[in-house]
Structures are given as C-alpha cells and as structure tokens.
Design a protein around this ligand. Structure first.
Ligand SMILES: Nc1ncnc2c1ncn2[C@@H]1O[C@H](COP(=O)(O)OP(=O)(O)OP(=O)(O)O)[C@@H](O)[C@H]1O
Ligand SMILES: [Mg+2]
Length: 260
C-alpha cells in the first residue's frame, strides 16, 4: 500500500446507487465501508434508504433510538446518531418506524458535511427527490447493477440523473453474477461507464448477514472480499497488492468453501 498521502483522491462521500431494487446496493455499501475501514480509513456508513432501511438491520441494529431521520429533522447532530458496530464500523442507521418514511432530505448535505472521514451512503431504489439530495451531497457514485436488461434500465436512469447533477461516477459494479444475459463490454457500451469491479454470486454474503457482520469481517480473505477491497483502494487512490500470506489464505478459503 502506498504511504504517499498526496496521492489520495479527494472523493470523500460515495453514494451507492442503482435505480433498481435488489441489485446489491446495501451489500456493496456495507462492504466498501468495511473495506475502507480495513485499510485504516475513518469511515461512516449511512443508511440513506429511509423508505425501506435495511442496512441497520443487516448489522443487527433493529430499533435505533437515534437515526438519520432525527438528524434530518434537526433533532440531533450527526455524531449523536452514530452506532458503533461490534466490528468497530461506524453506522448512522435509518429508523424502521413507518412514521419516518417521509423524512425530508433538504438538509442531508449539511448533515454529511459535519462528519469526518469517508462517508458511504446506501441509497434506496428508484429515482426521487431524496436520491437527488444524496447525489448532490456526494462527490462520487458507485452504480450497482446486475448483468440483466431489467437491472440496466434502472442504472441508465440513475446515470442520467448523476450526469445532469454533474458529479462524478466512480463506475459500475456488476454484482451477483448468476446471469450471462449481458456481457461486460455490452454493458459498458450501453451505459458509457466503466465496470470497475465484478462481484460473483457468493453464498457467504448471506451467511455474513445472518451473522450481522460485513463479509469483510466474516470472511476477510476471499475473492469477493478482495473485490470490495479493490473498490476501497480505488476510492482512496492508493495501490495495493496482496501479500503472499494473503494469497495463501484466500486460496485456502476458496477450497474450504467448495466443501461447505
Ligand atoms: N454478490 C452476492 N452474492 C450473493 N448474494 C448477494 C450478493 N449481493 C447481494 N446479495 C443478496 O441479494 C439480496 C439483495 O441485496 P441488497 O439488499 O444488497 O440489494 P439492494 O440493492 O440494497 O436492495 P434494495 O433496493 O431493496 O435496497 C440480499 O439478500 C443479499 O444478501
Ligand atoms: Mg438496500
């Protein structure tokens, strides 16, 4: 890993979006944040999906007393809504109460500016005013899509929106590769965006959620975890190469997962 801080990119707030539901935004946001933390960065994971918040619950935070909703309503400062997960990850969850689905995002950007370090925002599906507020606050976005035409239509809409707003698109993450309906080159040509990572279908993703932990903490040495780590390094602009021991542990885990 490079120690030259001047090489670090300035992108600080990353919105994880897709336009379509169920593509893997929450899994991606959670694990990119965990990956940033695993490489020594200060990071805050924010559940910006107030209509169907599932980030907190994925980490075992079921009924947060303080949430993003309280912050956006001006009742709390962002640092008062931070939950520390047992892995050490800092999270601002959204409330699961039906009373909070309509929270106004007008002050989202102001609230996020009060946070230090990287901010990774897990966005909801669809293209609406709340998403616009998050995209306007973000320095860059990661668009998560699946290699299927139905998923790509959502990605196209969200890409158009980001281009209209004028912020950066870090690239596409092609997740959950169980279908071969569309190939990488085809997707890049249709969207005009680079695919920065391909994440395979990995049964350990659901297992990690069962254990209420990011995959990065549940199985740190796997090809899927390394894929999330590469995204984190791309965000920071730092280079990274696996050590011999990390490669050996990854190989061991790959063999192990075949027999489990
Ligand atoms: N690479 C993967 N391998 C295996 N399962 C995955 C993978 N990515 C996501 N999943 C599973 O797919 C489901 C949907 O993922 P996730 O909740 O992250 O999608 P989402 O885009 O956030 O959905 P929503 O739009 O509803 O918020 C979850 O059960 C998740 O565990
Ligand atoms: Mg989600």
């Amino acid at each position: 890993m490079s120690s030259d801080k001047s090489k670090e990119k300035k992108d600080r707030m990353i919105a994880v979006v897709s336009g379509k539901g169920g593509t893997g935004k929450t899994v991606c946001a959670l694990n990119v944040a965990a990956a940033l933390r695993s490489i020594g960065k200060d990071v805050m994971l924010v559940d910006a999906d107030v209509e169907d918040p599932n980030l907190g619950i994925s980490l075992g935070i079921h009924s947060p007393d303080m949430s993003l909703n309280h912050v956006l309503e001006g009742r709390k400062n962002p640092d008062e809504a931070v939950h520390v997960h047992d892995t050490g990850l800092f999270v601002i969850p959204s409330s699961l109460s039906i009373n909070y689905t309509d929270t106004d995002f007008q002050f989202f950007s102001d609230a996020m500016k009060k946070l230090d370090g990287y901010v990774v925002a897990d966005c909801g599906p669809g293209v609406n005013d709340k998403l616009v507020s998050v995209l306007e606050a973000a320095d860059t976005s990661i668009v998560v899509t699946n290699p299927m035409r139905t998923s790509l239509s959502g990605a196209l809409r969200v890409i158009e929106l980001i281009r209209d707003i004028g912020t950066d698109i870090e690239g596409l993450v092609l997740n959950n590769l169980t279908s071969k309906e569309l190939y990488k080159e085809e997707i890049e040509a249709i969207t005009g965006c680079e695919i920065i990572e391909e994440i395979p279908y990995d049964k350990m993703v659901d297992e990690s959620i069962t254990h209420k932990r990011p995959l990065l903490d549940h199985v740190p040495y796997s090809n899927t975890s390394h894929a999330f780590r590469r995204i984190a390094h791309r965000i920071t602009g730092e280079e990274h190469e696996l050590t011999l021991s990390e490669k050996a542990r990854t190989l061991y885990n790959s063999f192990r997962s075949i027999f489990h």
